[in-house]
Design a protein around this ligand. Structure first.
Ligand code: AQP
Length: 332
């Protein structure tokens, strides 16, 4: 059976981008057709300026949201990265086959390092090495497929390179995975800045729709979405990136094609209104289930405990094989 691994970083409240680009597919497809692991990658949240209490809170909230979205612990493994030592142990071995130059070429590193500098903080070394830890996350589980949004494709490509290099130097140890991208929702853009992706870690922004936003907040954000000054509704990312983003979100929610939907509209206002309603409707069941889970936090903790135990068992053989292959003396 195919093995799938993917993760979400507790750096902020989960967004519509996280849902359409990744989580929905995990729920609807991956957990049913593969042996799937989904991880709250909390160590990755420490690569930028962070508040410890907030990371802890967002990790639990993220887990609750994944369950509310429909991940079923009977079908898949949901766990927290820092509770499974295999990730950091393997990461060090992979650092020994990774090169400084290839880390510095990562687009996300360049963007996030710039953002940290603009904020007046230093750039953490862990931000540079984060893609190696991500490679360890994936490789620890002999993963075949990594369902991610487009923004993570370069990191999965690096994971492949590191796995191949390690295997070549030290013998066949890792399965070489591949990224799988969704058809729609690959890159949901910020409603206020449709040239940038909708990201969760920026300051509270009117352009970011969070999964727990109240319906009225969602409607307001869509109503104020930036569009260009044209009038005709056409689906063209280069000419009208704002309206193209709305049509893509609407299509991802309703199952249509953005270019077909464009033909049904004669005003931007109507596109905004319908997209808002489609998102409100899409998120309503998830929000309801999240409220139920919030009333019983022990349930989420129990899922995470069992998930970490299972993940440890699954990762251990890979870590042992990699330690042996690279020349380390077995502990016992
Ligand atoms: N805007 C997006 N459109 C489509 N997919 C997206 N993903 C994130 N944003 C979008 C996908 O969601 C999964 C989990 O993402 P992550 O938690 O690893 O964080 P990220 O990719 O770095 O995205 P964020 O939300 O922007 O976080 P910050 O701001 O902290 O960097 C991934 O599969 C991702 O592709």
């Amino acid at each position: 059976m195919t093995r799938t691994f993917s993760g979400v970083k507790p750096t902020g409240h989960l967004t519509l981008g996280n849902y359409l680009g990744a989580v929905r597919r995990w729920v609807e497809t991956d957990q049913h057709r593969s042996e799937a692991l989904f991880c709250l990658v909390d160590l990755h949240a420490l690569t930028v300026e962070h508040d410890p209490a907030r990371v802890r809170r967002l990790t639990r909230q993220g887990a609750s949201l994944l369950l509310a979205a429909g991940l079923d612990p009977r079908l898949c493994t949901v766990f927290v990265q820092s509770q499974v030592d295999a990730h950091t142990r393997l990461s060090y071995l992979l650092e020994c086959v990774a090169a400084d130059g290839e880390m510095r070429r990562m687009i996300q590193y360049k963007e996030k390092a710039r953002r940290e500098q603009e904020r007046g903080g230093g750039v953490r070394l862990s931000l540079l090495t984060y893609p190696v830890l991500m490679a360890a996350d994936i490789l620890a589980y002999r993963t075949d497929e990594v369902p991610v949004g487009e923004d993570q494709a370069q990191h999965v490509e690096l994971t492949r390179d590191l796995a191949l290099r390690f295997n070549q130097r030290y013998g066949a140890t890792f399965v070489v995975p591949k990224a799988t991208l969704p058809v729609l929702g690959t890159r949901v853009r910020d409603l206020q800045d449709p040239l940038s992706k909708m990201g969760k870690s920026g300051a509270e922004s009117a352009g970011v729709v969070h999964l727990l936003d109240e319906p009225e907040v969602i409607r307001r954000k869509f109503l104020r979405a930036v569009t260009d000054s044209g009038r005709e509704v056409v689906y063209d990312r280069a000419v009208s990136p704002g309206i193209a983003n709305l049509l893509e979100i609407l299509a991802a929610c309703t199952g249509g094609r953005p270019e077909d939907l464009a033909a049904d509209y004669s005003s931007y206002g109507a596109v905004k209104k319908d997209t808002a309603e489609a998102v409100v409707e899409l998120l309503a069941p998830l929000q309801k289930r999240h409220r139920e889970l919030a009333a019983d936090p022990g349930q989420v903790d129990a899922v995470l405990r069992a998930g970490a135990e299972r993940a440890r068992e699954m990762a251990q053989p890979t870590v042992d094989a990699a330690y042996r292959a690279i020349g380390l003396l077995p502990a016992a």
